[in-house]
Design a protein around this ligand. Structure first.
Ligand code: AKB
Length: 316
């Protein structure tokens, strides 16, 4: 029987992935942890403990005590925040991954999941339909830590047989928990501000195209790669996953179809340079071929679901 531990259950991905894992594996078989308190539905549906992702002793103790067989490590300092605090962010992102890999090796865990990002690419990467294998010269702290992390994931697989699986997430769009400190966050904020105030000041320029993915598709992709037979997971660094690409101008036009008075203004900040160094769209042929990645949302459906769900939240 599998026993799972989620690190970072209160974040944007963790708050939804933890509940899905509990649905699949059983509530008591998924131990949720975070450095801060978890959302109510996670607290009520199964075990939760406070855990700092850098606390090696407590992590090892939790793995032993609960006979953990898989760890999902979702805690990270995202691109925008990492630029404000480079070395501490590098330390958190890298040390927590190395700790996870060592625990996986020592305790012979069945599998681990660690997310990478489109941030592994940089200004010298081809930006349209960015291939799985291409030039990678990231120029953000977050991107450098994700690229180094990918190399460590592959190293531990090749040297020690650690069964690590990873996706290069694009910007993730969700209505449950807001993202924090990323460059793609505008694509979530815009819906909240549209519903709350009818207007939004965007920190990226109107024609900045970035790859994004609705959380439901991202969760499904995560579960699918983790459930795939090991021999189907041919890439042990991290897989490109594409989702949908759009610009702030296009998403604003889509919101206007539902809210004709919605107004958007643009005031690019330091995150514009980060966005300009990232791909505009992604080629995810390998993930589709190897373990069956599928994307179900387009910009129309995404916008409708976001506005409806955020609307319910605020009217409720
Ligand atoms: C960020 O913007 O930093 C993240 C990411 C693309 O990894 N959402």
């Amino acid at each position: 029987m599998e026993k799972l531990l989620v690190i970072g259950c209160a974040g944007q991905i963790g708050s939804e992935l933890t509940l899905e894992l509990r649905r699949i594996y059983g509530n008591d078989n998924v131990i949720a942890t975070d450095i801060k308190q978890a959302p109510q539905d996670i607290l009520e549906s199964g075990p939760f403990e406070i855990l700092n992702a850098l606390d090696a002793a407590k992590l090892a103790e939790m793995v032993d005590k609960n006979k953990i067989t898989q760890i999902y490590h979702l805690a990270a300092i995202l691109s925008g925040n990492a630029e404000k605090n480079p070395l501490p962010s590098w330390n958190i992102n890298m040390q927590s991954l190395l700790l996870l890999l060592e625990i996986a090796r020592e305790k012979k865990l069945n599998k681990i999941f660690w997310p990478s990002s489109i941030a592994v690419f940089g200004p010298t990467t081809p930006r349209v339909e960015t291939p799985q294998y291409t030039v990678m010269e990231p120029n953000t702290v977050y991107g450098i830590s994700k690229l180094a992390g990918e190399r460590w994931m592959e190293y531990y697989f090749q040297k020690f047989g650690v069964d690590g699986r990873s996706l290069r997430y694009p910007g993730l769009i969700s209505y449950k928990t807001e993202a924090g400190g990323g460059t793609t966050d505008y694509a979530v904020e815009i819906f909240y501000e549209a519903v709350k105030n009818g207007k939004y000041e965007c920190f990226l320029d109107e024609n900045t195209y970035l790859p994004m993915m609705m959380m439901e598709d991202a969760i499904k992709a995560t579960v699918d790669i983790m459930e795939a037979d090991p021999d189907k997971v041919k890439i042990r660094s991290s897989y490109n996953v594409a989702g949908i690409s759009f610009s702030p101008k296009e998403i604003a036009a889509e919101i206007k179809k539902h809210m004709p008075d919605f107004a958007i203004t643009y005031k690019p900040d330091f995150r514009q340079a980060i966005a300009d160094s990232w791909p505009q769209s992604i080629d995810d042929t390998n993930a589709r071929k190897d373990w069956g990645l599928r994307n179900t949302y387009d910009i129309k459906r995404m916008s409708k679901v976001m506005l409806d769900e955020i609307g319910k939240k605020f009217k409720g």
